[in-house]
Design a protein around this ligand. Structure first.
Ligand code: EPU
Length: 421
């Protein structure tokens, strides 16, 4: 096992590059199942979740891998499809449930292990199943597997009970090859869904309305392969904006997707951080004190739950009181006790956290619990006095590409070490 060691107190300076989006790449790679030809993806982040996705695609019969040992291109070729997504892969990445739509569309049959709970909540998938049933699929549960069967899927009018990112993506992938038109109402509006739709349209699909809450999909009979560049990772970019701000540094976050981070940037502005978009990214600078703010997570374009833990790290040093309300996941506060170990003053009550700013944080050994909680601990560690050691960083490696290298290049004292305990 490995750990991260951070000696806090160094202001970040210089350029930090943003990688391709994990949460766009996952469904877009799985969408290769729908294609008749090979596809070459660019700007794919080298992450554990991508390795899991490639392994899943191979298990399903589609050869998939990075084209070389260090680059960011992945090829996926069509193959003789198999219908089973095994538990061993699904349990390491619950986004594997995204193969359900494509497999039903291609094979009329899918056996996908139930993802089960995870650190940030129960995360059920009933919205995916209810909507796929409307397209004509029938589901049973057997030995921990969801078994779906259908004749040809038929387009229809579907309304989600609430916006779900994965549910919207699964339905888009099922509906692109369905007969006739599918309308998805109350659909999620996250930019990653727009990227999936743009990819599928580049392969011959007819999807419109993505980015709004009503998406229209006119089914086609086949989709071709091609080449596609994955969008930048807005959550990684936001994490860097917050990291630079907490250290009182001055950085350019290169490739930062400004339009997709307006909720975060508005809050950071309120807190006293200066943010200036420019041609290739965003300059972030903080010289004065930080001010406490209130915020609650919401579906896009609201404040993303995937940046809640990271902004809370910044709030721990903001003057006065800040509040955070988590409205997307019921249990996404695993970082709170760990931030408290660094000296933060946070009180939790249900889905609400009240953070009273402290003068400084102090380094300590802490434990990562999910991808974004790990990032929050890194941000806090960069500002803490003394040494912070973060254990269980395999969570971080699921979602951040070369995080410690990128931060070290901007002047952070951060390195990876063997954890023999
Ligand atoms: N939900 C249900 N039933 C469903 C589907 C969702 O109750 O059938 C609930 C979930 O439990 C959750 C809420 O609805 O409480 C929103 O879930 P959603 O389906 O929108 O999330 P997701 O598709 O499972 C994606 C991201 C998450 C991100 C959320 C919200 C991927 C691979 N994952 O998850 O990313 O937090 O949307 O924006 O795109 C991360 O990257 O660290 C991460 C967790």
């Amino acid at each position: 096992m490995e750990k991260l060691v951070i000696e806090g107190g160094m202001p970040l300076r210089g350029n930090i590059p943003v990688s391709g989006s994990k949460n766009a790449a996952l469904p877009i790679l799985f969408a290769a199942i729908l294609l008749d030809g090979p596809v070459l993806y660019h700007n794919v982040p080298r992450l554990r979740d991508i390795a899991t996705t490639n392994a899943m695609l191979r298990t399903l019969g589609c050869p998939a891998d990075f084209t070389d040992a260090s680059g960011n291109s992945v090829t996926v070729a069509p193959g003789a499809l198999r219908n089973e997504a095994p538990y061993d892969l699904v349990r390491t990445m619950r986004a594997s449930v995204l193969v359900l739509g494509p497999l039903l569309a291609r094979l009329g049959e899918a056996r996908v292990a139930l993802p089960g709970g995870c650190a940030i909540g129960a995360r059920p998938v009933e919205q995916h199943l209810k909507a796929l049933e409307k397209l004509g699929a029938v589901f049973t549960l057997d030995s921990g597997y969801i078994i779906g069967r259908c004749a040809k899927l038929r387009g229809t009018d579907i309304s989600f009970d609430f916006p779900t990112v994965g549910g919207t993506e699964n339905l888009i992938m099922a509906a692109v090859l369905a007969e006739g038109e599918t309308i998805l109402r109350n659909a999620a509006r996250e930019p990653e869904i727009g990227d999936l739709a743009a990819f599928l349209n580049s392969c011959g699909a007819k999807i419109s309305g993505q980015g709004s809450d009503v998406i229209h999909i006119q089914g086609v009979t086949s989709l071709r392969g091609g080449a596609y560049r994955i969008m930048p990772d807005r959550i990684e970019a936001g994490t860097f904006l917050l990291a630079a701000a907490i250290t009182g540094g001055e950085c350019s976050i290169e490739g930062c997707p400004v339009e997709e981070l307006t909720a975060l940037m508005a809050k950071m502005g309120e807190m006293g951080v200066s943010l200036e978009p420019h041609d290739t990214g965003v300059n972030v600078r903080r010289s004065g004190i930080l001010r406490g703010v209130d915020m609650s997570t919401r579906p896009y374009p609201g404040f993303p739950t995937d940046l809640q833990a990271q902004i809370m790290a910044l709030m721990t040093l903001a003057e006065g009181t800040s509040t955070v309300e988590e409205r997307i996941f019921e249990n996404r506060f695993m970082h709170v006790p760990e931030l408290s170990r660094l000296g933060a003053d946070i009180k939790l009550s249900g889905s609400r956290a009240v953070i009273r700013g402290v003068k400084h944080l102090t380094g300590a050994p802490v434990m990562a619990s999910d991808i974004r909680a790990s990032a929050s601990l890194v941000i806090a560690g960069l500002a803490a006095r003394g040494k912070t050691q973060i254990r269980r960083i395999y969570h971080l490696d699921r979602g951040y590409e070369r995080l410690e290298k990128k931060l070290a290049q901007a002047g952070a004292r951060i390195f990876r070490a063997e954890d023999n305990r």
